[in-house]
Ligand binder design. Structure first.
Ligand SMILES: NC(=O)c1ccc[n+]([C@@H]2O[C@H](COP(=O)([O-])OP(=O)(O)OC[C@H]3O[C@@H](n4cnc5c(N)ncnc54)[C@H](O)[C@@H]3O)[C@@H](O)[C@H]2O)c1
Length: 355
């Protein structure tokens, strides 16, 4: 969804190198290794350039890191271990380490294996929030492979027909590499929106779309405050619920992590599960032929006449890559609230605060 950022007084713009340096300093002060700080900073910067600050995937994640490192939920430099391995699959025990780091290592291993076998699936157990799904998928695309990443998450969605939360937003990131241009990147939660965007609407005093969430008693609502305690609605109604369930089977049940209502419940042990898939697009026919056929399909899709001429058809990921270029030029938006809270944390950790 292309969210409007809203009132200017809620947001300031910051340049990428400033945020990169702050992120690295902050993570090192929290005990991350140089490698971990580099992986997480790269993910957070990508998220900050792609998404609305209300989606909460950029520096907003520092509050969670700080909290969970202090209560033992995240262990910097955790002793992650490969616990299962075959030619085309592997399972990583993340040992409560950073989710960004375990997911990055898992996708790197999936890429390595898929280059030999054509396809590989790598699971991760006992992990934490892995950030944005598309970031991990894109890692495979940068190596010429299709990347597919997904994770389970805190229960915020009800099974279709109920108002009791059981399943997570369980996002999917799928990246299809293209020759000489950006990959197609479908990066989406399996819910229509998230609590962060609802809080943003609440703060701005705006009504939200009525297909985002239900009240705790199961009524549709446009009032973000009324919806805050209720379940998020899945994408595509019962179909999104089905996808979320299946995502939890693969990333929670199969990997040995927590699942359903249990994942994310204990602040000191979120025990999240992820899955990374890498697929060689040239497994069935010569790669050049696949690349040419893909461009033909894209030509057809983008050639479809728009209903509104001002809004041409776009590919998944296109809006984020455009936003990334714009934010490289103009700066990255951070809400006042985030900056104020980061200032407090930075002073506690004695980290230079340049914002
Ligand atoms: N780790 C977690 O637990 C977790 C949970 C939820 C979300 N997330 C992340 O939050 C981020 C935001 O997710 P979201 O679902 O709110 O994203 P979103 O709804 O803003 O976008 C979803 C996808 O739709 C595409 N899209 C948007 N408009 C389009 C159009 N007109 N035509 C074609 N494609 C279009 C976008 O390019 C994107 O790939 C993602 O990176 C996701 O992975 C993470």
């Amino acid at each position: 969804m292309a969210y409007e950022i809203g009132k200017d007084d809620l947001v300031n713009l910051y340049d990428l190198p400033t945020l990169q340096k702050f992120s690295t300093d902050f993570l090192l002060a929290l005990g991350a290794t140089d490698e971990e700080a580099a992986i997480i900073t790269d993910g957070l910067m990508t998220a900050s350039q792609w998404w609305h600050p209300g989606q909460g995937q950029g520096l907003e994640k520092f509050f969670r890191f700080y909290r969970q490192i202090n209560n033992g939920g995240i262990i910097p430099n955790a002793p992650m271990q490969w616990v299962q391995e075959g030619p085309s699959y592997a399972l990583l025990d993340a040992a409560k380490g950073f989710g960004y780091v375990s997911a990055h290592r898992a996708m790197a291993r999936a890429v390595e294996k898929a280059k030999v076998t054509g396809i590989a699936m790598v699971g991760v157990r006992h992990s934490n929030h892995f950030g944005i799904a598309g970031y991990h998928a894109l890692h495979a695309a940068k190596h010429g492979l299709i990347g597919w990443s997904f994770t389970n998450a805190k229960a915020e969605m009800a099974p279709w027909g109920s108002a009791q939360v059981v399943l997570g937003t369980n996002p999917w990131g799928i990246a299809i590499p293209r020759k000489d241009t950006h990959a197609i990147v479908l990066d989406m939660a399996l819910t229509m929106s998230g609590k962060g965007m609802m809080m943003w609407y609440e703060r701005e005093g705006k009504a939200m779309p009525d297909n985002w969430a239900l009240t705790p008693t199961g009524e549709r609502t446009t009032d973000p405050t009324a919806a805050m305690q209720g379940p998020l609605l899945p994408i595509g109604e019962y179909k999104g619920y089905g996808l979320s369930l299946i995502t939890d089977v693969l990333s929670g049940v199969m990997t040995g992590s927590l699942f359903g209502m249990d994942v994310f419940q204990d602040e000191s042990n979120h025990d999240v599960g992820h899955v990374m898939l890498a697929i060689d697009p040239g497994a069935f026919m010569p790669r050049e032929a696949v690349d040419a056929r893909l461009e033909k399909l894209i030509e057809q899709v983008k050639g479809a006449p728009p209903i509104n001429p001002a809004q041409p058809v776009i590919l998944p990921g296109e809006v984020e890559f455009k936003r990334m270029e714009q934010r490289e030029r103009e700066g990255i938006p951070l809400s006042r609230k985030t900056v104020d809270e980061l200032r407090t944390l930075a002073s506690q950790l004695k980290v230079d605060f340049p914002l």
